[in-house]
Design a protein around this ligand. Sequence first.
Ligand code: D5M
Ligand code: FE
Ligand code: ZN
Length: 532
Amino acid sequence: MPMETPARIVSELTSRGYNADPEAVTLLAGADEPGLALAAAVERAPDDALKLSADHVRRVLDDAGANANADIASPEPPAPNTSASTGAKNSANRETERRSADETKGVESADRDASRPEQFVRDPDLDARSLDIAGDVTGESTGTGEYEDFVSVFRDRYKRLSSQLRSRVNVRPTSAVRKMPGGGDTAIVGMISDIRSTASGHWLIELEDTSGTYPCLVMKDREFADVVDELLFDEVIAVEGTLSDDNDDGDGILFVDSLYFPDVPRTYEPSTADRHVQAALISDVHVGSQEFMADAWSRFADWLHTEEAERVEYLLLAGDMVEGVGVYPDQDEELDIVDIYDQYEQFSEHLKEVPGDLDIVMIPGNHDAVRLAEPQPGFDDELRSIMSAHDAEITGNPSTVTVEGVDVLMYHGVSLDEVIAELPEEKASYEEPHKAMYQLLKKRHVAPQFGGKTRLAPEERDYLVMDQVPDVFHTGHVHKLGWGKYHNVLAVNSGCWQAQTAFQKSVNIDPDAGFAPILDLDTLDMTVRKFS
Ligand code: D5M
Ligand code: FE
Ligand code: ZN
């Protein structure tokens, strides 16, 4: 085994079932015979060790120097992470300081977290697991950036969302509606191309289908008039109503009596897992930012090794693994790691802290090093090789991940900013991000409005349409924790691992940092654990 690089040592330790302590890895890499040193360190590790501590490696190396055959006294089990941040600016330093401080505490340390069962060894039923991915653009992107591709993606959106509505409403094409006599009843399904209020306070909605557009009027005194507040440009809806008397002279309108969204049926029955098993739904780790909360992350990772977390067998990460570079103006002033690859290397080190037996799925977000326009493909080969720890499954944003029968739609969530900006506070807000998610479920599209905060990639197919109703909808991005059920679908926005940034402070965003929502896949109940 060539053992010259720390990465190889980490991968060898991982393959032997150990989490890699960065300091222990550095010591092994610096040994005269790294391969032999690693073999000795592993052989002499206690049976219940989860991680080879730096002290353990030091003893193995010292002993090899003094007397290669001497027995080593039983080394201590891995140290818990209970110390607070040292306040150091550099997270890599902070990490090292934290670890070495812990390691010198020894087994009997007074402030050891008494609740952590040191001897616990996870023993998951790997055969019972199943994980499938659908709706991933990775490797399938056809867009060339030409105008025609934008036409295709909207045509596909219209086709798929209108077919969901056609089964419920008996619609006619707008070209046929134009030729109908005035006064009759009809229905239209179209994409919203314009919404404006009239001089008398009514609402004029322009609906576009493949044969043209047609103006539809919602009178302000209709009981459903406040639904107009929920409408976004480019979403697909159906309306039913009565044509104006002058319809056949060419400038008629439809007086709307009912308005339909593709929506989730009220009676939707989500699927559940056949056994008691859990998934941690997280996002927005932002490694590389000065505000990344390394201590909270380590507490979370340590907790995953405990008996209490024995049933957590899946870890779903909905984007913003790293802070990235050049994402927002002045972002560089708050970077702890300035090189994007170094950020992913460091993220990978943090990922190694979680148990190696977890099944992990990761999608990118707007801070990650993939194209910004959605759908975003999964990471390229270079980044995949940096993040190869624990064999995480890497897929596009969005993707549907079916975990033991439960369809989890993972989407980073950039469109939530748009929905929150456009809709009234009670329908979507940063304080209740799950309500903004309900709107996306209702529209059966993860990013309905084009041209604002959300960038769309021109593709032949609209990957952002929800053909199937998910059982769980998991997003992040807005850095606020919130969850709830919409027509029995669980919507979870998962908070973040980054403390408040200068920008967030300036606009009064108070992030929910250091929380891990834990989902019971057999009941779809949620509990939230706090690690900050
Ligand atoms: O963004 C986290 C949240 O904060 C999300 O709601 C966008 C908002 N945000 C953060 N920084 C900025 C800047 N500089 N401009 C506009 N909006 C911002 P995330 O992208 O996940 O860090
Ligand atoms: Fe984020
Ligand atoms: Zn984001």
